[in-house]
Design a protein around this ligand. Structure first.
Ligand code: AMP
Length: 369
């Protein structure tokens, strides 16, 4: 997914699919035109990519030029009448092929037909890479169409959203579903993830999912999942990936309308991180950041033993189990820093100090996203 200005776009048509469509158009045209040397005319700005690729694929001699349609200055109904810039050569008796990046309503095409009526061309052919049949309101024949697309707003491969996106080699489609903010709150046991998540979920209106809490809820309610999880949790070991991933997916599904999620205690392994990416992708969304609370081991042990006095958690009460949880973190979980760093999504935050100070540091990171 990409962001241009204020909007999000998701991948729609790959560079490979575009390449195949352009190749086919070039081959079909060459076939139909025989030995005649056509004048290909691209309509700027959008067509620069398709024209460039098209003429490289055109197997015979051809001429190529560009025109641009511009609104008349000072005319109020700028939508209707446009003037042509750039047509300097004599086209009398020539076969002219207009190459468009996209034809939607057909308004530009209408202008082109109006303008070319007086040029005395032998024939005027229209070729367009993309065509939106649902939006097309004119009767002009489209002689060559690359790819028919639904009436969606697209960017890339010459097409822009308010100036941006023309340079993208593939085509993206506007994401109309609500944009979510999804955070992975990261850090060793005792780093303060749960405490901080409680503040952050209020401030950013997010759903907080703590896998540890969900497991404990299941243990308390003596579910099958609880029984299974307990055997691992009591020793300070990780619950198997598939069990945890399935449970997490179910929790996300339960909150379909959420503004976004704070994942606390998940992912803890590479397999979980990959599963989370897939899950977010299926929701047309993504993880925006891993925010990591960085705290020294001895502080962690101290904090957890202190919490154990009141939390009633068996895994907080015993220093051996606490140290095992921290060890599990370093051997299995800490590598996730690399996973998210590779996507430029890792943000480390000093987790030492007062609760409010730490919240402030976290918010400073999140507000920058
Ligand atoms: P926590 O409350 O996050 O400290 O988690 C307590 C325990 O629940 C862990 O020590 C694990 O046994 C189990 N657990 C929580 N989240 C996960 C996870 N993502 N993967 C595997 N086990 C987990």
């Amino acid at each position: 997914m990409i962001k241009l200005h204020d909007k999000y776009f998701k991948p729609f048509i790959s560079a490979k699919e575009i390449d195949a469509a352009v190749s086919k158009m070039a081959a079909d045209l060459a076939n139909d035109l025989g030995d005649e040397i056509p004048v290909f005319i691209g309509v700027l700005n959008g067509s620069f990519m398709v024209v460039s690729d098209f003429v490289k694929k055109y197997p015979k001699p051809c001429e190529v030029t560009f025109i641009k349609l511009a609104s008349y200055e000072g005319v109020k109904s700028t939508d209707d009448i446009q003037r042509l810039i750039g047509l300097t050569q004599d086209l009398t008796g020539r076969t002219v092929v207009i190459i468009e990046d996209i034809i939607d309503t057909g308004k530009t095409l209408h202008e082109i037909h109006r303008i070319f009526k007086n040029e005395g061309v032998k024939q005027l052919l229209i070729a367009t890479l993309f065509y939106k049949p649902e939006a097309y309101k004119k009767d002009f024949k489209l002689h060559y169409v690359g790819i028919e697309i639904p009436n969606k707003f697209i960017v890339g491969y010459g097409l822009d959203y308010d100036g941006l996106g023309r340079d993208l080699p593939e085509v993206y489609q506007l994401k109309t579903t609500q944009h979510m903010t999804n955070l992975v709150l990261f850090g060793p046991p005792g780093a303060g993830k749960g405490t901080q998540a409680n503040f952050l979920k209020e401030k950013y209106n997010l759903v907080h999912i703590s896998t540890g809490d969900v497991f404990r809820f299941n243990i308390k309610n003596k579910t099958a999942l609880g029984t299974l999880a307990k055997s691992f949790m009591d020793k300070g070991e990780l619950v198997p990936d598939q069990v945890t991933i399935d449970m997490l997916s179910a929790e996300v599904e339960k909150n379909a309308g959420a503004n976004g999620f704070i994942f606390d205690g998940f992912p803890r392994t590479n397999a979980q991180a990959e599963a989370l990416d897939k899950l977010m992708e299926s929701k047309d969304s993504q993880i925006n950041a891993m925010i990591a609370l960085e705290v020294e081991d001895e502080v962690l042990v101290e904090r957890l033993l202190e919490r154990g006095k009141s939390s009633g958690r068996k895994d907080d009460a015993n220093e051996g189990i606490i140290r095992n949880r921290i060890k599990e973190y370093y051997t299995k979980t800490a590598i996730l820093k690399d996973f998210y760093s590779a996507q430029n999504k890792y943000y480390g935050v000093d987790g030492f100090g007062g609760v409010e100070d730490i919240t402030e540091r976290l918010c400073a990171s999140i507000d920058k996203l």
